[in-house]
Ligand binder design. Structure first.
Ligand code: SF4
Length: 321
């Protein structure tokens, strides 16, 4: 399968200023040398604890936050080579769905205006055909075209997220970056929206980068899974390999944290304790060493590299062969 997106050595650092002169005294290393690819019509689940940098990865790919260094290659074109104007034109094929749908929708516009504003602006549809486009978009996401003249506050959370998805679809995206797109919804509504994402992917052949802290969501939606810890990817594998045979101690701990289906279930791996350390700290070795139950002396001095351990199962850990 062809890659639609390649991310190479991406870094997003935020400067910390201090002193009278407001000089840069340190950096928050939110994304620290992240590389991965996303294939056409594929869903890559990006998972990790809150604060690990996964949302910043999504925003940096879209250049909503400028990268500090690294490359984002979309459809074989390096976004760093684009002017602002070219970037804006190309970005219409990369859309983002956010966690809070109501905050993403302009409360003063009708749903029809929300669904067609960007497509008319980018000349993807004539004004006279806009209403028909809006009606079709509503039907694609399981809503009724009779509701086009309503305002966002007249819809439930799940319906509002459907409108956000329809709005993204109006620009014929090839890539959707979904940032905790179902986290704010009730569990029953979550399942409906996840099924909608799957149906739309089958219909429109889109690729998804699906960012979530919820392993259940990641397991349901993903073809491959990438795990992030403190700005770095520590494991990437196919969904089945990951859930049946995760290799990185951090991934194993995340999986152990999923509530067991039966009280007699025995844990296979040691759990981790403490919070994610500060992303301002520079580590001489593995950034997980302070919390890792398997850490050895070498872990404190050598940075593990993400490497293929077989069958495209990438892990960054000294102990994994
Ligand atoms: Fe743990 Fe060492 Fe592996 Fe890091 S390299 S995850 S500290 S065993």
């Amino acid at each position: 399968m062809t890659n639609i997106l390649e991310v190479k050595n991406l870094k997003t650092y935020f400067p910390i200023r201090g002193g009278l002169m407001r000089r840069v005294v340190n950096y928050v290393r939110a994304v620290d040398d992240v590389s991965f690819n996303l294939r056409e019509n594929e869903t890559l689940g990006l998972v990790g604890e809150s604060g690990c940098g996964k949302s910043t990865v999504g925003r940096t790919i879209l250049h909503l936050i400028p990268p500090t260094s690294g490359e984002v290659i979309f459809e074989n074109k390096n976004l760093e080579d684009f002017s602002e104007e070219e970037l804006r034109k190309n970005r219409i094929h990369m859309q983002m769905i956010f966690q809070n749908p109501l905050a993403s929708l302009n409360p003063r516009l009708t749903v029809q205006e929300i669904l067609t504003g960007a497509a008319v602006f980018h000349k993807l549809v004539d004004k006279k055909d806009a209403k028909d486009l809006a009606g079709r978009l509503m039907e694609y996401v399981g809503l009724n075209r009779q509701q086009l003249q309503r305002f966002p506050h007249e819809f439930s959370g799940g319906q509002s997220q459907r409108i956000c998805i329809a709005s993204a679809l109006s620009l014929n995206p090839k890539l959707l970056i979904c940032d905790e797109a179902v986290s704010a919804l009730d569990v029953s509504v979550q399942a409906q929206i996840l099924n909608l994402f799957k149906d739309l992917q089958a219909k429109f052949k889109m690729s998804y980068l699906f960012i979530s802290h919820d392993m259940g969501v990641i397991r349901y939606i993903s073809d491959r899974v990438a795990v992030m810890y403190l700005g770095k990817i520590v494991e990437i594998a196919s969904r089945d390999r990951f859930f049946n045979n995760s290799k990185h101690p951090y991934s194993q701990a995340l999986l152990e944290a999923i509530p067991a289906a039966h009280p007699k279930y025995k844990k296979k791996h040691k759990t981790i304790e403490g919070d994610v350390p500060s992303p301002t700290k520079v580590y001489a070795g593995c950034s997980f060493a302070e919390r890792c139950p398997l850490a050895e002396e070498q872990c404190k001095h050598n940075v593990p590299q993400l490497r293929d351990t077989g069958d495209n199962h990438f892990v960054s850990c000294h102990l994994v062969k």
